[in-house]
Design a protein around this ligand. Structure first.
Ligand code: PMP
Length: 412
């Protein structure tokens, strides 16, 4: 019996009835042998997750960033339970929807209203649609290798993946922090761009995170304002982990529309698009809908989640633990002679070792899991407010051993 035999067994059953055994981004570590990593979870509590074989981990995947106040945080899940007893997807919106919108407008910098979706991809698509309606222009722009969701407007086109070139024919791509490319884009297409969609810092997967240079950010702000192109900040991944005012405020982007999702409902499915007063009328006129977009369970969760983050200064906690984690990883890597890069905000660091196919990080992830820390070899990590300094210390102890073992495995 292998360490992950229950997981392997489930995967075998799953592969006959679910494409690839697991659907969606949770399949991302598919390059990894299921004998060496857990593919199925049983439960989560705080910063810890238990797999179906009964092993507990300190989890730095955090539901791909959705868990920001820890798994099964009682105050949040009690609010959901209370709501669920009275029904979640009702025939009308509930007071919770209004209360959440009021709280978001109060918290988020410059935004006057909030509209809903269930996933991040709903939010970015909604923002694009609003920008096109508002400007009457068809084109949009994004950064090369920036992910804004699985809908096929988000390039690059790939006919083999069912993403024909027609779907991205109105989408322009420029490289992050390349001011000349930005100048050229706006010189050629400034008058026909509805939106420039941008993440508050560049977090390609896999890859190192990069902050915007002040020159690039200022050029983007200025070009957008001058040409009437709406600046859409996709804060789906970073939202509420770095700054409750929205990451656009933290990084100095003059956003017209902002998209949130992952950290919003602490795991309960919800996304929000927020916009300025100037876009209110358009937001009232366009039609977009989803059956579950007003589900009260998620609204109740988000209200409790954001209230906790605000009242307990959750961002500071994540920052503190993130500093311990990233400085510790750097120190251990240096001691073991591992050329590890730790980039991006400390509460959601990108940890990479430059080599083919993330070979080193994949061995590291396997050895970390064997000791009780769960991480993703190719995705940025995420901390929650439940990741206490003590748990980070536990992880750093695991990292000492796992780094040495990864080095051994690869003969380095
Ligand atoms: N934008 C960004 C920046 C994201 O990281 C993601 C998800 N990884 C999305 C949009 C899409 O969100 P979802 O998977 O919930 O549709």
């Amino acid at each position: 019996q292998g360490r992950y035999s229950a997981s392997v067994d489930l995967l075998r059953r799953a592969r006959t009835v679910i494409p690839g055994g697991v659907w969606g981004h949770n399949r991302m570590p598919s390059a990894l042998d299921p004998d060496e990593l857990p593919w199925f979870a049983d439960c989560g509590r705080g910063a810890r997750l238990r797999d179906v074989d009964g092993h507990w981990y300190v989890d730095y995947i955090c539901g791909y960033g959705a868990i920001i106040n820890g798994y099964a945080r009682p105050e949040i899940d009690d609010a959901v339970r209370d709501q669920a007893l009275r029904g979640s997807t009702l025939s009308q919106a509930t007071a919770k929807t209004v209360e959440l919108a009021e709280l978001l407008v109060d918290l988020v910098d410059g935004m006057a209203w909030a509209a809903w979706g269930a996933n991040g991809s709903d939010a970015t698509w909604t923002a694009l649609t609003m920008a096109r309606a508002h400007t009457g222009r068809p084109h949009v722009a994004q950064v090369v290798n920036a992910y804004h969701g699985s809908h096929s407007w988000n390039g690059p086109a790939d006919p083999g993946q069912g993403r024909p070139g027609q779907d991205t024919s109105l989408v322009h791509q420029v490289r992050w922090n390349d001011v000349a490319a930005l100048d050229e884009l706006f010189a050629r297409h400034g008058d026909e761009l509805a939106a420039f969609v941008v993440t508050p810092y560049h977090h390609p997967i896999p890859g190192d995170a990069e902050f915007a240079t002040p020159e690039w950010r200022d050029a983007l702000n200025t070009h957008c304002r001058r040409t009437g192109t709406l600046l859409v900040v996709d804060d789906v991944r970073a939202g509420f982990r770095l700054d409750l005012r929205g990451s656009h405020a933290a990084f100095g982007f003059h956003a017209d529309l902002v998209c949130f999702s992952k950290g919003l409902g602490n795991g309960w499915p919800l996304s929000a698009v927020m916009g300025t007063e100037a876009i209110r009328k358009t937001s009232e006129q366009i039609f977009l809908a989803g059956t579950f977009w007003n589900s009260a369970n998620s609204m109740a969760a988000a209200l409790a989640n954001l209230t906790l983050l605000r009242d307990e200064e959750g961002v500071k906690k994540m920052q503190h633990s993130g500093e311990l984690l990233t400085s510790g990883l750097r120190r251990i890597a240096e001691r073991n002679g591992v050329p590890m890069q730790v980039t991006g905000p400390v509460a959601m660091p990108s940890v990479t070792v430059r080599d083919d196919d993330q070979k080193w990080m994949r061995r590291f992830a396997v050895h970390m899991a064997a000791q009780g820390t769960l991480l993703h070899a190719g995705h940025n990590w995420a901390l929650s407010t439940a990741h206490t300094p003590e748990l980070v210390e536990e992880t750093l102890t695991h990292a000492e051993t796992a780094m040495a073992r990864a080095q051994e495995d690869l003969g380095r």
